[in-house]
Write a protein that binds this ligand. Sequence first.
Ligand SMILES: *Cc1c(COP(=O)(O)O)cnc(C)c1O
Length: 294
Amino acid sequence: MNINNIYIQDIRAICNNTLNISILRADLIDPVVSGNKWFKLQFYVRDAIEAGKATLATFGGPYSNHIVATSKYGATKGLQTVGFIRGEKPTNLSPTLTDAIQNGMTLHFISRADFLDQQKIMQEYTHENWAWIPEGGYGITGAEGASTLLTIKDTHTFDTIICAVGTGTMMAGIIKAAAPHQKIIGISVLKNNVSINTEIKALLTPEESKKNFEIIHGYDFGGYAKHTPALIHFMNDCYKNFELPLDFVYTAKLLYSVQDLASNGKFAPTSNILLIHSGGLQGNRSFKKGTLLF
Ligand SMILES: *Cc1c(COP(=O)(O)O)cnc(C)c1O
């Protein structure tokens, strides 16, 4: 993992050069550990070490960027890691879970029904003295970690910052770090996620809640991790034309939405827009070989 690999790429060509659009390439810190997951984890890991914990425990699905990131982050800090995985153990493990095991993570497979009650799972293991990290890194600690995304490079010249939204932790962090002249836009990748505004505000102080931000719905392509041939086509075009590899769960939907919103006049011609490439590329390994050009 190397934070120095991150840079800001000019991608104004995605809107025929009509707007200033750039993207913060946080995906480049590591080929497997997704950009934003590393940022969200950093203070959970720091707190665990300070509390003298030897093990990180967390939850996620079989293709989870958060699971694989936790396994690697823990390993680099000399911590044990435990992952509670949604669903029965499959005959063939996903590349994500194979990587997690290679990084030393112990996996527990939990039925979809039992996975809903994560409090109960945590209670069953209280005797272990593990440091628990919420699924997806959701929490104020995660948001504080994500807020440092805006300080690795000089981002104050941008007046609009746009990111993908799952749990909303990254967006909450960016809102925390935003300057008064900056508007934060989040593109929800979940279908009709009406509670997301409340979940983001739960991570903000009352002052931060008054900052300028907006969540846009309708670019989920059918729901979380759903995709269409048009989305795959778009991903291949972005790679061919702008040397921009995207993941199908988050960043492809982010870029697609920005192109669409731009063509519908959402942004003032003078705006200076920064997108966050939050990583997630490892998840593309769930596609059949040859689907993507990268
Ligand atoms: C998890 C993830 C997100 C969403 O982050 P949240 O903090 O859960 O909203 C966005 N992009 C990528 C690549 C991710 O892995």
